[in-house]
Design a protein around this ligand. Structure first.
Ligand code: BDR
Ligand code: CA
Length: 308
């Protein structure tokens, strides 16, 4: 089994990513680490615990991390993820699972040092925890098996500002540190591909487990409505589940290596991801950039796993 740490800011799609990772049974989840992002650190942690309760998987560790970006203030997305961060689903459900002791970035460092070459990191929130880990222990970049992160947009437009995707917008300094750290293998999963993976009612109807189907239907309801109002389709993008899915089935996406960086000093473009497609900067590639995705294959995998 692949050893994995899943780092999340549990909003609606992170939660579905956790469900996918846990239900796959293909992963040895060392912990789910949490970070400030869509919602506060405490809410992200609470939501993560609620999802593990829903899955009846209280033995998986949940470890809290950074409660704010490296130098900036938090910027929540309640507008999209709802007041509670998971679209109002599980609102009044009592929580059994409690977070474990420790700090996310230390846990990330120790896991990589304990299992050199074996740990895959899947990051679906702002990259704060990993940036802190790299700053404290730079050698992890050579000892980690792989980093897969959901963040940025390469060719398209942003989803927070005209240029910037949410995760890189919230903590651009962290994204910059991570991209420049020299990781042996890092895959960028941006809006260019995640926007093509749209979950609709048709998919939800294929889910046999009623509890999970109800949860996913309810938690994504406003999210899908919002997408409908803008695009005329009742659906929502599976941003974070796609990052998890790539760890399970690498051929879901087409990747190419490029030099990628993030803007941190612009009033208008902070958080913008820049991909040097034509090698104008003459720098070594530092990331595998996802350029295309087989959305149908994603949903085949997704439904098969959820129904297993
Ligand atoms: C990303 O931002 C968050 O709102 C989602 O959970 C996802 O990680 C998409 O831009
Ligand atoms: Ca997220």
């Amino acid at each position: 089994k692949k050893k994995m740490i899943l780092d999340v800011d549990t909003g609606i799609d992170d939660a579905i990513g956790i469900i996918l990772a846990v239900k796959s049974r293909q992963l040895d989840i060392l912990a789910v680490t949490t970070v400030n992002g869509n919602v506060s650190l405490d809410t992200a942690t609470l939501n993560t615990c609620k999802i593990l309760d829903l899955l009846n998987e209280q033995d998986i560790s949940v470890i809290k991390g950074a409660d704010s970006p490296i130098i900036r203030s938090p910027f929540f997305e309640h507008r999209i993820h709802g007041e509670d961060g998971i679209g109002g689903a599980l609102k009044d459900v009592p929580v059994k699972k409690q977070p474990d002791d420790g700090f996310a970035s230390d846990f990330i460092i120790n896991s990589i040092l304990n299992f050199p070459g074996e740990v895959t990191l899947v990051m679906t929130g702002p990259l704060t925890n990993l940036a802190l880990a790299v700053k404290k222990c730079p050698q992890i970049t050579k000892l980690v098996k792989e980093v897969i992160f959901m963040g940025g947009v390469i060719k398209g437009v942003g989803n927070v500002t005209p240029t910037s995707e949410y995760n890189t917008y919230v903590d651009p300094e962290a994204a910059k540190i991570v991209l420049q750290a020299g990781f042996a293998s890092i895959t960028q999963v941006g809006l260019d591909v995640t926007r093509k993976v749209l979950l609709g009612e048709g998919h939800i109807q294929l889910i046999q487990n009623h509890e999970l189907a109800d949860y996913i239907r309810q938690s994504t309801s406003d999210y899908r409505k919002r997408y409908f109002e803008r695009n005329g389709i009742w659906a929502c993008a599976m941003h974070d589940p796609l990052a998890v899915a790539i760890a399970l089935q690498e051929d879901l996406v087409t990747r190419e290596e490029y030099y990628v960086d993030v803007e941190t000093k612009s009033e208008l473009c902070d958080g913008q991801m820049v991909c040097d497609f034509q090698n104008r900067l003459m720098k070594q590639p530092n990331a595998h950039v996802c350029l295309d995705v087989d959305a149908e294959a994603f949903f085949d995998l997704f439904i098969r796993i959820i129904n297993s």
